[in-house]
Ligand binder design. Structure first.
Ligand code: ADE
Length: 253
């Protein structure tokens, strides 16, 4: 998939495209990441891309024209792409949205800076606005990097079997279970015995119970208890009977 990012600080996005999973996918030609700077599309000698907001107030607003010219140029290179603006006002970017995005032919990500982007550009040229969380970043570049990383790892062949995305947190609407590696004991802290038992049925059951329990305690908003299977409900009850909220909270603090 080809990702085009329209950004004033492309270096932030380029970092994600040159390292790790996305870096490898780029080298293998499974993913292409191209950055375009709207400043290169400003027509005045100072390469201005922002101006004061109508109605007054602090900060500057990204102007329509340099963005529209940059976007027009990018569209020619990635004609079937969906255009997404990263803004704190967007709908929440979730794993479900990432899964849908991974089916697109391409994505054009518009990273805002300053107070925001001229609303006319958002209305005219953008298919959707996404937010990566209820906090305000200094710009959309980091948010675009988050989207690229999350979507790229869902594309066919990007992750090896060993890294499979199917077992990630959220892949089934649940948080992931705890993981342990060697040594078996460290400073008196032992790996849960079940994981050493070699009994794959028991291990799978323990992992499922942990996933359900953690999701219930940490992110109850993700868990619709009534929609759980009878087996999952029984596992969750077992988890709740065997752990106290205080123990969980102590561990999380
Ligand atoms: N730009 C600034 N904050 C953002 C956020 N939370 N999500 C997406 N883009 C942003």
């Amino acid at each position: 998939m080809r990702f085009d990012i329209v950004a004033l600080l492309p270096g932030i996005v380029e970092a994600v495209a040159s390292e790790g999973v996305v870096g490898r996918a780029c080298t293998q030609g499974k993913v292409q990441v191209h950055c375009t700077n709207p400043r290169d599309f400003a027509e005045d000698p100072h390469h201005t891309v922002d101006d004061r907001p109508y109605g007054g107030g602090p900060g500057m607003v990204m102007q329509y024209e340099p963005l529209a010219r940059a976007h027009g140029s990018v569209r020619k290179a990635n004609p079937e792409a969906r255009t997404i603006a990263l803004t704190p006002q967007g709908i929440p970017f979730t794993q479900a949205l990432a899964r849908e995005a991974a089916k697109e032919k391409g994505l054009i990500l518009i990273a805002g800076r300053y107070e925001g982007i001229d609303e006319r550009f958002l209305n005219q040229q953008v298919d959707a606005e996404w937010s990566v969380g209820d906090y305000v970043l200094s710009g959309g570049e980091l948010a675009a990097a988050v989207v690229i990383d999350t979507v790229a790892r869902l594309l066919p062949g990007v992750l090896g079997c060993a890294e499979s995305a199917g077992q990630d947190s959220f892949s089934e609407g649940l948080l992931d279970c705890p993981h342990y590696t060697r040594p078996e004991e460290i400073e008196g802290l032992r790996v849960p015995e079940v994981l050493l038992s070699g009994d794959h049925g028991k291990i799978a059951r323990w992992r499922r119970r942990e996933m359900l329990g953690r999701t219930y305690r940490r992110r109850p908003d993700l868990l619709d208890r009534t929609a759980l299977s009878a087996e999952d409900r029984a596992l969750l009850d077992e988890y709740l009977d065997s752990t106290s909220e205080e123990t969980d909270r102590e561990r999380d603090d």
